[in-house]
Design a protein around this ligand. Structure first.
Ligand code: SF4
Ligand code: SF4
Length: 415
């Protein structure tokens, strides 16, 4: 290591010091949208189980030397990144893991395997769906924990691929929660039901984001190549019935050519009014390369926004997700255009007249759902009582006495 003086100015970034991203081909320090730092520990090194605390610290220092021009080698996106700053050498510390309350510094996305094939997904486009090469993520975090160098309060993005397909998904989730690593934001397609997700939601320990992108089973199947719409809604209703008060239970609609029609618009809005997620994210399809975001998706998104806001009665926050990506002028334009269109629609449309039926159906759905829950809970209680009486009756040796006992207890003697 170069012999720096304490007050020497050096280029550094918080993520190089203490970030981690478990990626499918190894470990990097960050993932800032399209920007990524280079691999510092390979997937093979992780798989072989030879990674030590000292090795991780040494590799971070090597990357630091590379970005400061003191060593040759891959610097990924670091030299073009706005987050690379000048600081005094004495303020730098490579010994810790975590401590980032914001996106990008603690990511788990080390598999691309998925049970869907979304048309807009990069992994679908390049047909790259693979299981994780390494699975010992908790061991890596433990290297720091054992030395008292694990800092909590992180915003942990756990995605993939589909994370619930990991063999040790429950183990990783439990570890992150039990060790207070931070807020786990789980990106799942919710096609596979997970009891540990339900439990964590019930205890308000995780946030959940699911991209539904359709309002009809046929469009869902067309876009994702799996007939899973009903199953996904069913699982989301179950997750929501945990009574979770998590700050983010977000359902998402990526507006693409295939799902930009009235059937899907109204189907999705109905589903949201029933499930009542904390947030609905509206997002345009990703405009890779020369592609522009079509104006129809602005109109479609604005209409959805208005319907959700009006009939969600404040239960759902509508979030325009392109706001997160305003570095790209195409997303910035979408954010701006959708606000203008939303305002225009709001000013001129008479929703009370035109959409009377939505209000009615929504209200009856909510009322029926509550009633259904009450009836269901009483039915369950009654079944339990009957089961217990039947079990007790088997201890009575003579059949006639047994039947009398059952009839009395279950009130079957109407005379
Ligand atoms: S400088 Fe940018 S690309 Fe490099 S680790 Fe920091 S955030 Fe990531
Ligand atoms: S669920 Fe996610 S990982 Fe799977 S295909 Fe869709 S976008 Fe890709």
């Amino acid at each position: 290591m170069h012999n720096f003086q304490p007050t020497d100015k050096v280029k550094i970034c918080k993520y190089i010091e203490s970030g981690v991203r478990f990626f499918y081909n190894g470990i990097t320090c960050c993932c800032v949208n399209t920007f990524q730092s280079p691999i510092i520990i390979t997937a093979e090194e992780m798989k072989n189980g030879n990674v030590t605390y000292e090795l991780v610290v040494q590799r971070r220092k090597e990357l630091f030397e590379k970005v400061n021009g003191l060593r040759d080698g891959d610097t990924g996106s670091c030299l073009h990144c706005n987050l690379l700053m000048e600081r005094e050498y004495k303020d730098i510390n490579f010994e810790y893991l975590g401590g980032h309350g914001y996106v990008s510094g603690f990511n788990i996305q080390h598999l691309t395997l998925c049970n869907l094939r979304c048309s807009y997904c990069y992994f679908t486009k390049v047909n790259n769906f693979k299981p994780a090469i390494y699975n010992n993520i908790t061991e890596f975090i433990n290297l720091f924990k054992e030395k008292g160098k694990l800092i909590g309060g992180n915003w942990i993005e756990f995605n993939g691929g589909e994370p619930t397909l990991l063999e040790n998904f429950d183990e990783i989730l439990d570890y992150l929660i039990k060790n207070n690593c931070g807020t786990v934001c789980l990106f799942t397609n919710s096609l596979k039901y997970s009891q540990s997700v339900f439990n964590a939601l019930k205890e308000n320990k995780i946030c959940l984001i699911t991209s539904i992108d359709a309002g009809t089973p046929s469009t869902y199947k067309k876009m994702k190549k799996v007939d899973g719409y009903i199953k996904v809604l069913d699982n989301l209703i179950r997750y929501k019935s945990s009574g979770t008060k998590t700050s983010l239970f977000a359902l998402k609609y990526i507006i693409c050519e295939e799902n930009m029609n009235d059937d899907d618009l109204y189907g999705f809005v109905f589903a949201m009014l029933l499930i009542r997620p904390s947030h609905v994210y509206i997002c345009p399809d990703f405009p890779y390369g020369d592609r522009e975001i079509p104006y129809e998706s602005v109109e479609f998104g604005a209409k959805m926004w208005l319907l959700l806001e009006k009939y969600g009665k404040g239960s759902t926050i509508v979030y325009i997700q392109s706001d997160d990506m305003k570095g790209d002028p195409k997303f910035a334009k979408f954010s701006n255009d959708i606000r203008l269109k939303y305002k225009e629609l709001k000013d001129k449309m008479d929703y009370d007249e035109e959409l009377y039926n939505i209000v009615k159906i929504n209200e009856s759905l909510s009322n029926n759902a509550e009633l259904y829950n009450v009836i269901n809970s009483y039915e369950n209680k009654l079944n339990n009582i009957q089961n217990n009486i039947n079990k007790l009756a088997w201890w009575i040796p003579i059949r006639k006495w047994r039947d009398n006992f059952r009839n009395k207890m279950l009130n079957r003697n109407k005379e």
